[in-house]
Design a protein around this ligand. Structure first.
Ligand code: AP5
Length: 214
């Protein structure tokens, strides 16, 4: 299966992506995660991207498109993939179409997770990430187990002001993609509120139907 998740910051792309990967054996490709790895490892891409990520700006399309093209060439993504955080602009979506036309079938589905803004803000400001494993928790809704052994940190872009700015960027630059993919018949809306398992149950309904029909 080839799918992407199109949703605002904090909607649960990473959280649900982990479950989709486990159940459907679909390798996940998260641009946010990859960029943070580059940033932490001080690579040339990480150094270029850092100032955009920390401010909540989008990293320029050219850098993102080159990064995703390099990734999608890898053997592990040839049978299918789950994109988390890409595409985020019309330009990125058009480039993705070209890459997929060249290398195999197009996307099967674009999942749009629908979560109200006040819930997104609550989730993001309480999110903490494990410095060692990258695992994501939430101090209010999904806390780490007692005596969790590793250090948890708050992402620089999860400060309230930056969270609000990222949402504005989503509305202006990424939301138009819902229309772009609706015209291609690929969009499926999923209610993203409720427990982690409730949301995943709704995602499964969509993905199982797609798998049956393919
Ligand atoms: P990225 O890391 O992709 O950030 P994002 O899209 O803003 O998404 P988040 O990671 O904030 O949220 P999420 O939807 O994954 O939610 P999560 O599952 O963690 O990108 C970061 C930056 O990189 C961008 O700002 C940009 O600078 C750059 N970038 C990345 N891709 C780019 C691109 N294509 N082009 C240009 N720039 C790019 O959940 C959030 C919290 O809620 C967690 O604490 C979780 O535990 C909790 N939670 C999840 N589900 C539930 C639930 N059902 N109930 C209660 N709590 C829940």
């Amino acid at each position: 299966m080839r799918l992407t998740m199109l949703a605002p910051p904090g909607a649960g792309k990473g959280t649900q992506g982990e479950k989709i990967r486990e159940v459907y054996d679909t390798p996940e490709l998260s641009t946010g995660y990859l960029l943070r790895m580059h940033k932490n490892n001080r690579t040339p891409l990480g150094l270029k991207a850092e100032k955009y990520i920390d401010k909540g700006e989008l990293v320029p399309d050219e850098l993102m498109i080159n990064m995703i093209k390099d990734q999608l060439k890898k053997p592990e993504y040839q049978k299918g993939f789950l994109l988390d955080g890409f595409p985020r602009t019309i330009n990125q979506a058009e480039e993705l179409d070209l890459v997929l036309e060249e290398h195999g079938p197009n996307l099967d589905v674009v999942l749009v997770l629908d979560v109200p803004k006040d819930v997104l803000v609550k989730r993001l400001t309480a999110r903490r990430t494990c410095r060692k494993t990258g695992k994501v928790f939430n101090m209010e809704f999904n806390p780490p187990p007692p005596n969790y052994p590793h250090e948890l940190y708050q992402r620089e872009d999860d400060k309230m002001e930056t969270v609000l700015y990222r949402m504005k960027i989503f509305d202006n630059r990424t939301k138009p993609l819902i229309d772009y993919y609706t015209k291609k018949g690929l969009v499926r809306f999923v209610k993203g509120t409720g427990s982690l398992d409730e949301v995943f149950g709704r995602i499964r309904e969509v993905l199982d139907k797609i798998r049956e029909s393919s």
